[in-house]
Design a protein around this ligand. Structure first.
Ligand code: GLU
Length: 380
């Protein structure tokens, strides 16, 4: 069952995987890290984990915290160099706190610092998703931020709202929860007494966009409502629900979701078909760079939802790199699937027809679990 109400975001049956983005203004106050509030949030997250939800945290706050520690003005956002230096200082303290608080509940934190390219470039996308998948299987809780200390203007996500939506798209999460310092999207400037909270949005129209003012309420983060709507658009394209709620309370998640206070962006019916969204991204406008010809056994395995293993490959056509989209075809040339290849064409040729146990010796390095992972392929 897909997410249809705010409360569904903490229901493991409706939302097995939830990405929670925490804004800078909630994490960092005038005295530095808001330890008690973060501890309360982690207590909540531990409850959801125990109920069986897979939770991925996207944490802002590095620049704001580092700027406070270094005494930089404008919250560390006065120049790119300031922001990068502030992020380096803030990130280490931020991750340390997440790790410490999660550890209290017996959870191991895993830090990932990503740049835009890590999720846009298909080769690096495979790396990031493989890491996130392995962390999920190993039971660790990912804590993600943008890699602000090396990211430059051109490659920055610019804000963690969009980063969270991209992560959700990459791991096929069920929903994204943006914990912010506002209750959600208002139909006009929230300072206007006539402003009303928009509780549900299906499809982001020009009218909805016009409601966003674009300024960050706190001045601490870089987001604001405009970036939240951009995140909602990314989520919508990927068939993922996204909610904006106010985190300025104790047990912020339960309070907002149970009292139904926030804005929930729901993908339109067409988008709910995850496969359609994934197909669009996987295939995109990119031309297939080659083909993997597979045997009948591998074809049956694909139909039943398995990954493509090297043992089932009979021939490799074309020259392609790791991460390139390839066709998966039967002996007659009929296209069975499209997917992203975990290996380049030379390596595929080396591995084809061979059992996984032989791969390390053939490659000279630790092999991947499949040639095309089931999460990275779309049946035709
Ligand atoms: N990545 C930034 C930080 O850690 C925050 C970006 C944002 O405000 O969304 O400070």
């Amino acid at each position: 069952m897909p997410v249809t109400r705010l409360a569904d975001l903490i229901d493991p049956a409706q939302c097995p995987c939830l990405v929670i983005k925490v804004g800078s203004s909630l994490l960092v106050g005038p005295q530095g890290l808001r330890r008690d509030w973060i501890a309360g949030l982690v207590d909540e997250i531990a409850v959801y984990r125990a109920r069986g939800q897979n939770i991925i945290i996207v944490s802002s706050g590095a620049i704001a915290l580092g700027a406070a520690r270094l005494g930089l003005d404008k919250g560390g956002r006065g120049s790119l160099a300031d922001a990068q230096a502030a992020a380096s200082v803030g990130q280490i303290a931020l991750s340390g706190l997440w790790a410490e608080l999660l550890e209290r509940h017996g959870h191991t934190a895993a830090q990932l610092l990503l740049t835009l390219d890590d999720l846009e470039d298909r080769r690096r996308y495979l790396n990031a998703t493989a890491t996130l998948g392995r962390l999920r299987d190993a039971g660790a809780v990912p804590v993600i931020n943008e890699n602000d200390s090396v990211a430059t203007h051109e490659i920055r996500f610019g804000d963690n709202d969009r980063l969270a939506a991209r992560v959700a798209q990459a791991v096929q999460a069920s929903a994204v929860l943006l914990l912010s310092d506002v209750d959600g999207l208002f139909d006009r400037d929230p300072a206007d007494p006539a402003a009303k909270l928009v509780r549900e949005v299906r499809g982001i129209s020009a009218e909805i966009k016009a409601m966003a003012s674009g300024s960050s309420g706190s001045g601490l983060g870089s987001g604001g409502m405009t970036s939240k709507l951009q995140a909602a658009e990314i989520a919508e394209m990927a068939g993922v629900a996204l909610a904006i709620v106010n985190g300025n309370h104790d047990t912020p998640i339960a309070r907002a979701l149970v009292s139904d206070t926030g804005t929930l962006f729901l993908p339109t019916e067409g988008r709910r078909r995850r496969d359609a969204a994934r197909k669009a991204w996987l295939g995109g406008r990119m031309k297939l760079k080659g083909d993997l010809v597979i045997d009948a056994g591998a074809a049956r395995a694909l139909q039943s939802g398995s990954s493509l293993l090297a043992a089932g490959i009979a021939a490799v056509n074309g020259a392609f790199n790791r991460g390139d989209p390839v066709g998966i075809v039967n002996a007659d040339g009929g296209v069975l699937a499209h997917g992203l290849s975990e290996y380049d064409s030379g390596e595929c040729a080396l591995l084809m027809g061979r059992q996984s146990a032989d791969h390390e010796a053939l490659l000279g390095y630790a092999p991947r679990s499949a040639v095309v992972h089931r999460n990275q392929l779309v049946l035709k």
